[in-house]
Every structure is written in structure tokens, then in C-alpha cells.
Write a protein that binds this ligand. Structure first.
Ligand SMILES: Nc1ncnc2c1ncn2[C@@H]1O[C@H](COP(=O)(O)OP(=O)(O)OP(=O)(O)O)[C@@H](O)[C@H]1O
Ligand SMILES: Cc1cn([C@H]2C[C@H](O)[C@@H](COP(=O)(O)O)O2)c(=O)[nH]c1=O
Length: 211
């Protein structure tokens, strides 16, 4: 697998309820307007196999290592069947969560060994990383309030959404650590402001790359 390709790979990250989905569609539309062929995808998921694993991942009881193995298995399938072919064609891939989520959730959230995760990452991704990662950073208490607002009348919360504030505080710290380790790839979006102000930050991040 070669990590040299002509397409663009953008991942969107943040704790549950930070506002990622709210801005995903307008990002996709922005790229499409500029003439790009856009592949919108997500993790866990993105292929038939990985979507089947997603159901187990979100709802079946398991330990942190099992979670990591499951999500990286789906990621491998997603990478080989969807992401790499799209990048090779020159498409723009917009992915709702990618490998940084495993470090934040399974690593910092669940306490799985970060070196083991780094080994898995290297093994599975063979060096592939997003060109840009937009990290929607939000106080976990505000994210929890937003999730409550969203969940009225909606589906039942999954295993992650049911976690407490301490869990999401660790996950947020995990994202901060990943961002500090790869400042050229990450852009932190202050997600604690209005939807319009968040959209302006997203637009500025894309414009700064000439996108
Ligand atoms: N800037 C904002 N200010 C106030 N509310 C917001 C803002 N952005 C999003 N919301 C609301 O917060 C809720 C969560 O947003 P959204 O579903 O986009 O989060 P998410 O990061 O995609 O969550 P998840 O990772 O759990 O799918 C929604 O009800 C959304 O309308
Ligand atoms: C990729 C990935 C995801 N997770 C967690 C994060 C979220 O709580 C769920 C996915 O739900 P969403 O509504 O699609 O955001 O899965 C994780 O723990 N580890 C991962 O690698």
C-alpha cells in the first residue's frame, strides 16, 4: 500500500456531542462546489463489514483491548476498500472520526496502553494519516447538555454516550495530546461558540489550506 496519492483526506474529531455532524454536510458541499468528487464516510463503519462491527462496538459489552481490535479491524477494511481507492482516484475523503478517536477513547478514555495502540496504528494504516484533522473541542459538561437536547425522542444512548464526565474529560485530554503531537495536521476548532461562529472557524481552516 502506498501512502502517496493525489486526493485529500480530512477527518473530523471530538467528543460525543461536540458538533461534528452539524458541520459535516456544509463541508462536503463546499468541496463539491469547488469541483471535487467527495466521499463522505465515517468510523466506526464505512464498509458493509465495518458497519456490522460498528453495531457490536457501540452496543456489546467488551474490554478496552477488544474495542481497539474491533475498531482497527473495521478500519483496515474501510481503508483498503474505500479510503485508499478514493485517494488514488484523486477524490476528497471526509471522514467522521478516524484513528485519533482510538487514542482518545480506547487509550485515554479506557486506559489502553498508548504504545500498543501506536503499534496497531502502524500495522493497520501503514503510514496513512489524514491531511487535515478538524478537532471540535468542547467542555464535556456542555457536550453532555447538547446530547441531552439531541436525544429527546431519539434513539437510546450507546455505550460511549452513557459514559460520565470524567470519561469524556480523559477523552478530551487524549485529543489534546494527539493535536500537540501533530500540530501540522490538526486544527483545533473552538466548538463552545455559536453554530455560525464554529462554521466560520471551519471555513477559515479550509481556506488556510487553499481549499
Ligand atoms: N455551536 C453549537 N451551539 C449549540 N448547539 C449546538 C452547536 N453545534 C451543535 N449543536 C447541537 O448539539 C447537538 C450535538 O451536535 P452534533 O450531533 O452535531 O454533535 P456530534 O459531534 O456529531 O455528536 P456525536 O459524535 O455524538 O455524533 C445537536 O443537537 C446540535 O444541534
Ligand atoms: C472511530 C472510533 C469511535 N469511537 C467511539 C466514539 C463515539 O462514541 C462512537 C461513534 O459514534 P458516532 O455517533 O459515530 O460519533 O464510537 C471509539 O471509541 N473509538 C474509535 O476508534
Amino acid at each position: 500500500m502506498s501512502v502517496v496519492s493525489s486526493g485529500r483526506f480530512i477527518s473530523i474529531e471530538g467528543i460525543d456531542g461536540a458538533g461534528k455532524s452539524t458541520h459535516l454536510q456544509s463541508m462536503v458541499e463546499r468541496f463539491a462546489r469547488s469541483g471535487a468528487t467527495v466521499v463522505q464516510t465515517r468510523e466506526p463503519g464505512g464498509t458493509e463489514l465495518a458497519e456490522a462491527l460498528r453495531g457490536l462496538f457501540l452496543h456489546a459489552g467488551m474490554d478496552g483491548l477488544t474495542e481497539a481490535l474491533l475498531v482497527f479491524a473495521g478500519r483496515r477494511d474501510h481503508l483498503l476498500r474505500v479510503i485508499e481507492p478514493a485517494l488514488a482516484r484523486g477524490d476528497t475523503v471526509v471522514c467522521d472520526r478516524f484513528a485519533d478517536a482510538s487514542f482518545a477513547y480506547q487509550g485515554h478514555g479506557r486506559g489502553m496502553d498508548l504504545q500498543q495502540l501506536a503499534t496497531l496504528e502502524q500495522w493497520v494504516l501503514e503510514g496513512r494519516q489524514p491531511d487535515l484533522t478538524l478537532w471540535f473541542d468542547l467542555d464535556p459538561a456542555i457536550a453532555a447538555q447538547r446530547r441531552v437536547g439531541r436525544e429527546v425522542g431519539a434513539r437510546e444512548a450507546d455505550r460511549f454516550e452513557q459514559q460520565d464526565l470524567e470519561f469524556f474529560t480523559r477523552v478530551r485530554a487524549g485529543y489534546a495530546a494527539r493535536a500537540a503531537a501533530a500540530p501540522q495536521r490538526f486544527v483545533r476548532i473552538d466548538a463552545g461558540v455559536s453554530v455560525a461562529e464554529v462554521a466560520a472557524q471551519v471555513a477559515a481552516a479550509l481556506e488556510s489550506r487553499g481549499w
